[in-house]
Design a protein around this ligand. Structure first.
Ligand code: SF4
Ligand code: SF4
Length: 173
């Protein structure tokens, strides 16, 4: 069965590093929404090397409990990007995409599916562009798969932090 999937394409060459996307994402995900701003809570981060004229928006992706092997530097248009520059993973190697208070992983949720995502709306340089495509519906999620995921989070962060995060989400309604 086909389903519509919304994604955001990044036109990195247009980015000037203004960080409006980080600010509005963190504000939308504050509790209650728009009550505070903290870019460390954003699900989009700008990888910045101003002296090399590098500004690279990266969306938070999957949590992974292990660092990857075999990293490489990338050279594109004469610019050198560090090994993790394009990576969306929330991994033990770095602090990106971790909730600053609890250390829990953050992930882009497309603004909970509400219309046009906030980062897209507030990027005045049109770096971020929504695209819709059709793809095969994902396989059914089995309860035991969810248990494995929850267990790995509990092992990593402890039950208390997981409960705190769930409680915070449930108060947002
Ligand atoms: S709002 Fe747009 S131009 Fe500004 S940092 Fe984000 S992606 Fe780049
Ligand atoms: S789509 Fe929404 S949740 Fe994802 S990075 Fe943009 S503002 Fe944040």
């Amino acid at each position: 069965m086909l389903k519509k999937v919304k994604t955001v394409t990044i036109k990195a060459d247009l980015c000037n590093g203004c960080r409006a996307c980080e600010i509005v994402c963190s504000a939308f995900h504050a509790s209650p929404p728009f009550s505070s701003v903290n870019p460390a809570r954003s699900r989009i981060r700008i990888i910045r090397y101003p002296l090399s004229d590098i500004w690279m928006p990266v969306f938070a992706g999957e949590y992974t409990p292990a660092e990857c092997m075999g990293r490489d530097k990338y050279v594109l248009d004469g610019k050198v990007y560090e090994e993790c520059a394009f990576c969306r993973a929330v991994c033990p190697s770095r602090d990106a995409f971790k909730e600053p208070d609890s250390g829990l992983p953050l992930r882009c949720d497309m603004c909970e599916g509400e219309g046009e995502p906030w980062c897209v709306k507030k990027c005045l340089n049109h770096v971020l562009v929504v695209e819709e495509r059709e793809e095969e519906a994902a396989d059914q999620i089995y309860p035991q798969e969810l248990e494995v995921g929850v267990e790995s989070l509990v092992n990593r962060y402890g039950l208390g932090k997981i409960q705190d995060a769930v409680a915070r989400r449930s108060t947002r309604g």
